[in-house]
Structure formats: structure tokens, C-alpha cells
Design a protein around this ligand. Structure first.
Ligand code: PGA
Length: 242
């Protein structure tokens, strides 16, 4: 694992955007795996800027998002569909038909999950996967537990995650209790992975991801087995590893 400790959230965002832009420059047909949450917002703002300045061209890129809340309509302002269009897709020159997002629809969810993995495979797999990390060590919505899943699946969110994400909703009751998430298979098969974390609340998860045993209690710890992971963290998130 390559670990880059930076002074600020802004620097983390810029470093991450540079890596994504370099990937697309090297391979204009790149398949990008994208994450949501507050962490990558700054990186998306940087990518929008680079795209406007003509420094990165997304016109031939394909994207796959990691996860989506189950049962939240795409137009809901907390859906990840809304988030991605608001922060990135509507502001860059990616082609709408090249954007892939997990469905929020619970009808035929198993069939959808199967097809989502098939779509990723048909695109040649993910070249570069961007990840955030939950304070509980989840990546995507692969939550801590006794088992980890390989394929895209419907997951019950843990109380930790529901509570952490309630800051985006009017109340904790409004937070969806389930989500569709890529499994660890598509993530681990990605050519490269960039994991971003900022703030003290992530420091324990980062320490256990980087230095701990590989355990289902910290799903991100499996990244120790990947050949090309870059972790970009601010000083607060790196607090327990430096
Ligand atoms: P955050 O979420 O970026 O909003 O902290 C990250 C995650 O839960 O994966």
C-alpha cells in the first residue's frame, strides 16, 4: 500500500483528482469506479475544474458507482444518483450512456445485481476504483460482520452507518436501512485503487486498514491484499499511523 499523508482536505482532493486525470489521460477509455459521501466531493470539484480547463477529457470514459440506497428515488437529493449528477456527471463531458449506477429499485434486485456485475465484466473490469471508508471500516456498503460478499448485493446497513449518514437527512428515521453495493470482488479486481479519508473520525479505521490483521470486522483491511492501492489521508485521519 502506498500511503500519502497530506496537510488538508483540499490537498487530498487535488492529489486524488490528479491521479484520476492521469489515469484518463493514459487511457481515454478508462473504466472508473466511483464513490459517494462527503469525502470525494472535493475531488469531484477538482475534476470538474480540470475538465473545464481542457486538462482531462471524460468523453470516452465509462463509470460504475459503488453503491446506492435501496428505495430512495433517483430525484431524492440524498440518492447517490442525485449526488453524482450534481457533483460530477452534469458538469463534465462524460456520455450519459456510459454512466452506470446501482439501482435503487428493490423489485428484481437480485437480477439487477447479477447484471451489474456482468456489465462491469463486459466493460473489461474497473481500471481505477475510488473509495471512501466508513468510520466502521466499510468500503462501498460492505459492512463489518461475519462474512464479506464478492458480488453486487443488497445489504442491511449497520446502525453505525445509519447513524453516520443521518447527518445528511432530517432525522435518523429517514435514512434508508438497506443499500445495493458492489461486493469486494469487483473492488479487488480493479487495476488500481485510491482510498481517501479525512478527519479524526476515520483514524481508527485507517490504522486498522493499513496496519491491522485482515478481518471481516474491518472490510477495508482486505485491501492489504491488493497490488496497487494508494491511500491519501489528511493528518487527522493518519493520526494513529504516523
Ligand atoms: P463519508 O462516507 O465520505 O461521507 O465520510 C464514507 C463512507 O461511508 O464510505
Amino acid at each position: 500500500m502506498k500511503i500519502i499523508v497530506v496537510d488538508s482536505y483540499r490537498e487530498m482532493s487535488k492529489r486524488a483528482a490528479k491521479l484520476v486525470a492521469a489515469e484518463v489521460e493514459a487511457n481515454p477509455l478508462a473504466v472508473l469506479g466511483l464513490a459517494t459521501g462527503s469525502t470525494p466531493e472535493g475531488m469531484y470539484a477538482e475534476l470538474v475544474k480540470l475538465n473545464r480547463e481542457g486538462k482531462v477529457d471524460f468523453s470516452r470514459v465509462t463509470t460504475f458507482n459503488l453503491d446506492e440506497y435501496a428505495g430512495l428515488a433517483p430525484e431524492h437529493d440524498q440518492s447517490y444518483y442525485y449526488y453524482m449528477h450534481h457533483h460530477l456527471f452534469n458538469q463534465i463531458n462524460v456520455r450519459p450512456e456510459q454512466i452506470n449506477m446501482p439501482s435503487c429499485d428493490l423489485e428484481d434486485v437480485d437480477q439487477f445485481c447479477l447484471e451489474y456485475d456482468q456489465r462491469i465484466a463486459a466493460a473489461g473490469g474497473i481500471d481505477l476504483q475510488v473509495l471512501g471508508i466508513g468510520g466502521n471500516g466499510h468500503i462501498g456498503f460492505n459492512e463489518p460482520g461475519d462474512q464479506l460478499r464478492v458480488h453486487t448485493h443488497l445489504v442491511d446497513l449497520t446502525e453505525d452507518t445509519i447513524l453516520a449518514n443521518s447527518r445528511f437527512f432530517n432525522s435518523v428515521e429517514e435514512v434508508p436501512k438497506q443499500a445495493v453495493t458492489m461486493g469486494l470482488g469487483s473492488i479487488m479486481l480493479a487495476g488500481k485503487i485510491i482510498l481517501l479519508a479525512a478527519g479524526k473520525a476515520k483514524s481508527e479505521a485507517i490504522a486498522r486498514t493499513v496496519c491491522g490483521l485482515i478481518t471481516t470486522a474491518i472490510p477495508a483491511s482486505i485491501l492489504q491484499l491488493h497490488r496497487d492501492v494508494t491511500i491519501i489521508v489528511d493528518r487527522e485521519a493518519a493520526d494513529l499511523i504516523i
